[in-house]
Design a binder for this molecule. Sequence first.
Ligand code: TYD
Length: 132
Amino acid sequence: MNIRFLEFEDKGDERGSLAAINGGKEVPFAIERVYYIFNTAKNVRRGYHAHRALKQALIAVSGSCRILLDDGKERVEVALDNPLKGLYLDGLIWREIFDFSSDCVLAVLANAHYDESDYIRDYQKFQSEVKR
Ligand code: TYD
């Protein structure tokens, strides 16, 4: 699977770190929405969906989590554990997010507003859409 990570520059100084993300620069799309997942309960696994058209960048701005990515052919697990590292997702990829550290804040930048019709929440349906 072709997995693309994004690297953000640390523009910090002796006071501490600072990362800046501009749509169309550090992430390859115009940012239309930001959401974040935090205070995740122990042993939670969430996601369990794919998107038809949405482009996203996932960043563990605090703590860490793991992400299962499934393109219908291959299943790969990746870790997010660094605020200077983003996972870029585009296209039909089933994702599940787990192993959240108690301090994890997972920020997600997206190129479109929330739209339930862009979700595939059924794994069998995901597989049949991938094969098409
Ligand atoms: P949900 O899709 O269950 O999250 P996940 O797929 O990560 O497990 O989303 C939880 C709730 O939040 C659900 O009621 C939809 C809502 N929501 C929004 O209103 N806007 C958003 O941008 C997102 C991602 C979710």
